[in-house]
Design a protein around this ligand. Sequence first.
Ligand SMILES: Cc1cc2nc3c(=O)[nH]c(=O)nc-3n(C[C@H](O)[C@H](O)[C@H](O)COP(=O)(O)OP(=O)(O)OC[C@H]3O[C@@H](n4cnc5c(N)ncnc54)[C@H](O)[C@@H]3O)c2cc1C
Length: 70
Amino acid sequence: MTRLKQSMPQYAVGHLKWLQTINEEMSRQYPNVYPAGISYDGVGLPDCIRQGKSAAEKLIAGLFLQEPVK
Ligand SMILES: Cc1cc2nc3c(=O)[nH]c(=O)nc-3n(C[C@H](O)[C@H](O)[C@H](O)COP(=O)(O)OP(=O)(O)OC[C@H]3O[C@@H](n4cnc5c(N)ncnc54)[C@H](O)[C@@H]3O)c2cc1C
């Protein structure tokens, strides 16, 4: 067994507020660009897959559909 110390990032205090600001600024300045991945909303592979799928759905909705996906 090999212990991988400090291999997983720990979000800093205030991360959720930072995330909200990033999402608001991105939607204002770069509509149809959606951040996803380990830096944002969960550090495990399932979290990253969920974020990628969500980003893809929002992008498709923004480009091709009238109703934005929440
Ligand atoms: C040792 C280790 C073990 C892990 N084991 C597990 C596990 O068992 N289960 C689990 O759920 N999660 C595990 N994780 C976490 C999981 O691997 C990560 O959360 C996930 O891979 C992050 O995906 P991501 O796409 O956000 O980032 P990454 O997978 O890091 O992808 C980012 C990509 O962007 C590229 N890139 C970076 N900068 C630039 C640039 N300037 N221009 C172009 N490309 C760039 C990089 O080369 C990389 O390909 C582990 C992580 C580590 C380090």
